[in-house]
Design a protein around this ligand. Structure first.
Ligand SMILES: Nc1ncnc2c1ncn2[C@@H]1O[C@H](COP(=O)(O)OP(=O)(O)OP(=O)(O)O)[C@@H](O)[C@H]1O
Length: 718
């Protein structure tokens, strides 16, 4: 019987088919699996045939129906392993297959593919230009360095003609993916040794591990190379697995991990807390989920907390985890998936009793306003609530003495002792009011939960491992709680986040909270979600100022961050009035739906509830189904998602419209502390405003539409 392996390109082809066509693909493949190799060659229905004049002599096609063909590689190494590489219409299948060559990289030993015909056509053209160019992109690096990174002869010839990153990109989809990635990172300024460690060595390690596991990895044979190329190729072991792959929702992330993702997620153990960063869409959540799987598989009775910032994200983590763990109830029962605040609430309820009512942002503001008026203070409520958040709660200060003696880290305004006493008076009044009304802020609950767990070791929930997603917005009070939830030691905390998506003004120094990730940091750079066009446009929204990393002790950068996907340029449009803008958004959504995008794959968002509400009403009036994104709407609900920007965090859609990006909304003056009041706060507030827009725009996978009426936000002009 033949063995089957499928590549990510094949799977993507399947994903583009409608249900009946998928069923026909399944039928053809199931038949393929059942026949012997000689029967396969003789079967008239499947019609296994070579591709005439193909660059790769192993290239074959089989027939799915009158229109559809599967492209596959036939074994030439004595094995019976067939690699399914594409599924597409008849004509496209043949032209695709003719041009491509699969080879085994002599450095990484992985199977890779290139459009050899196109590379051979383009290289001489670039070479002519290169002869007259003052500078060649890869001139600083010798052939030896490039070869060491897995760049082979054909790619090397091409690379030596490249004068700019734009030209390199033109080659991007033609050359082998791993070689392009190495060249791109070099062009972005990364050190060759770092690239070797992150891209080449990890692949080689996989090879060694598999040899140790007794798999045949010797030689450059197809079957051996396939087992080594786990980031792009999966072996299908039997009919059940085939059915599973072809009938489940497309979720390549369950199977195909980038080598860096795999290295991070499946590293046997970390000696202490580990941190993973990366730009939007680089698969941080995917890595967190695989890490949970690894931790569960490693020991039969470990308990894991998988936690994040908002309820919507926790729900989405829960359903993805169920998918990854094949809905296995025994495994799922060992993981708590919930927000940090919900854990805190549970601890307090369990160890002390119901903590009372949680305060919303508006309530908290009103209470600070009352305090300010009552004590006739010279500061406004924003200043006081920030002082409370960034100094008192951040340092867990419990008395006036502690506050008087503290260093007000991260604050850009000086306060003398007399002023501090007045602030403390305000804090006492604020907290007293809350206690009287049996109310609390969420951060207070986190602080109390931490104290309770410290005072009563062994009581309350505890976990062997805590995995945190979207960690960039966590406050020190939340970090302290996470610190006590898993005992200090190997694999205690696994933290993923993106400092460029910080929208809630969280400033932490993890080290000062007893969480040191030194030597245990990883970075992801390949975006799997959005097109390069969307990423580039969205990056233009960010400031050039460096951003504090997750630890708070260094800076984070998006160097080397990129997508392999390409698509239309984002559209940014101004309108004469809010009404006209609303009409344009409805038209845009209608166009997306007419092009075949399901309503639930479209999101329309605005900064404020009022505009989001109006847009939702307009869409509904135009007969378009609408689902308001609040807490708890089922994933299966049909309709265009209408949301505020803040609620878009961590989610993704094929098409996204961001409306109301006006001068007065971005930056929103009340959200930005004046520089004269607090210089540091002013800078972080402005950065958070930019990040908010960046986060919303990077939720788009294929299409992004940004609009405003009247004057455009200054962020768009940049
Ligand atoms: N190895 C992979 N193969 C295929 N798809 C992947 C892979 N890794 C991630 N993805 C997909 O890319 C998208 C983004 O992944 P994910 O949400 O994990 O990124 P993220 O870094 O957490 O994003 P953000 O920070 O923007 O929320 C998802 O659709 C995910 O399924």
């Amino acid at each position: 019987m033949p063995q089957i392996a499928i590549t990510n390109t094949f799977w993507e082809g399947v994903d583009r088919l409608d249900k009946p066509a998928r069923a026909r693909v399944h039928k053809a493949m199931a038949k393929f699996q059942q026949l012997t190799v000689p029967q396969l060659h003789a079967d008239k229905g499947l019609h296994l045939e070579s591709v005439v004049s193909s660059r790769d002599p192993r290239m074959r096609t089989i027939r799915v129906d009158d229109g559809l063909r599967i492209v596959l590689l036939a074994p030439d190494d004595g094995s019976d392993l067939f690699v399914f590489v594409h599924v597409v219409s008849h004509d496209k299948a043949y032209s695709w297959a003719r041009r491509r060559l699969y080879t085994v990289n002599s450095v990484t030993r992985c199977l890779e593919v290139r459009d050899l015909t196109a590379m051979e056509q383009i290289t001489p053209l670039f070479a002519q230009e290169a002869a007259a160019a003052p500078q060649l992109l890869f001139a600083p690096w010798s052939d030896t360095v490039l070869r060491h990174l897995g760049v082979d002869d054909v790619t090397l010839r091409a690379a030596r003609t490249v004068t700019s990153k734009a030209q390199l990109e033109a080659f991007g989809s033609l050359m082998p993916e791993d070689q392009y990635e190495a060249l791109w990172l070099l062009a972005e300024g990364l050190d060759p040794d770092d690239i070797y460690r992150d891209l080449v060595a990890v692949r080689q390690k996989t090879t060694v591990a598999e040899s140790a596991a007794g798999e045949d990895t010797a030689g450059d044979y197809l079957a051996a190379a396939v087992t080594r190329t786990r980031s792009r190729i999966a072996l299908v072991t039997g009919p059940d697995e085939l059915a599973d792959i072809l009938t489940k929702p497309f979720a390549a992330w369950r199977i195909f991990l980038h080598p860096t993702q795999r290295r991070i997620a499946y590293r046997p153990g970390y000696a202490g807390p580990a941190q993973i960063t990366g730009g939007p869409g680089t698969g941080k959540t995917v890595v967190a989920l695989h890490r949970v799987k690894h931790l569960l598989d490693r020991a039969p009775d470990t308990r894991v907390l998988l936690t994040t910032y908002t309820g919507a994200l926790a729900r989405s983590l829960q359903s993805s985890l169920a998918l990854l763990l094949d809905h296995d109830p025994a495994l799922l029962a060992r993981v708590d998936v919930t927000t940090v605040d919900a854990v805190a609430h549970r601890v307090v309820r369990q160890l002390r009793g119901n903590p009372g009512t949680a305060l919303g942002d508006r309530d908290e503001r009103t209470r600070w306003q009352r305090v300010t008026r009552r004590l006739e203070l010279p500061w406004n409520e924003a200043f006081l609530s920030q002082e409370y958040r960034h100094v008192v709660l951040a340092q867990d200060l419990r008395s006036e003495e502690e506050y008087l003696a503290c260093e007000r880290r991260g604050r850009g305004s000086a306060l003398g002792q007399v002023q501090r006493r007045r602030v403390w008076e305000a804090v006492t009044l604020f907290e007293g009011g809350l206690a009287r009304d049996r109310a609390h802020t969420w951060l207070q609950v986190c602080a109390e939960a931490t104290r309770l767990l410290r005072d009563k070791p062994g009581a309350g929930p505890s976990y062997d491992h805590v995995v945190v997603d979207e960690a960039q917005d966590l406050h020190p009070a939340q970090w302290r709680l996470l610190r006590v939830l898993a005992p200090d030691g190997p694999d205690d905390l696994f933290v993923t986040g993106d400092p460029h998506q910080r929208i809630y003004d969280a400033r932490v120094s993890l080290r000062s909270l007893g969480i040191s990730v030194a030597g245990r940091s990883g970075r992801l750079r390949v975006n799997y979600r959005s097109t390069e066009e969307i990423l580039r446009w969205a990056r233009g929204l960010l400031d050039t100022e460096p951003v504090a990393d997750l630890t708070g002790d260094a800076h984070d950068t998006l160097t080397g961050y990129r997508s392999l996907l390409h698509g239309a340029q984002p559209v940014c449009e101004g309108h004469g009035s809010e009404n006209e803008e609303g009409d344009a958004v409805v038209r845009r959504v209608r166009d997306w739906m007419d092009a075949g995008v399901a309503p639930s794959d479209i999101a329309v968002c605005a900064r404020f509830n009022t505009l989001a509400g109006k847009l939702g009403d307009r869409l509904a009036a135009a007969g378009i189904p609408v689902v308001r994104v609040r807490d708890g709407e089922p994933e299966s609900a049909v309709g265009v998602r209408v949301s505020t920007l803040h609620s878009m965090k961590g989610l993704e859609y094929r098409c996204v419209a961001v409306a109301g990006v006006t001068r007065s909304a971005f930056p929103f003056a009340p959200a930005v502390t004046p520089a004269e009041a607090d210089r540091i706060q002013h800078t972080t507030d402005l950065a958070a405003e930019r990040c908010l827009l960046f986060v919303a725009c990077t939720r788009a996978r294929e299409a992004l539409y940004v609009s405003y009426s009247g004057r455009a936000s200054e962020f768009l002009a940049a």
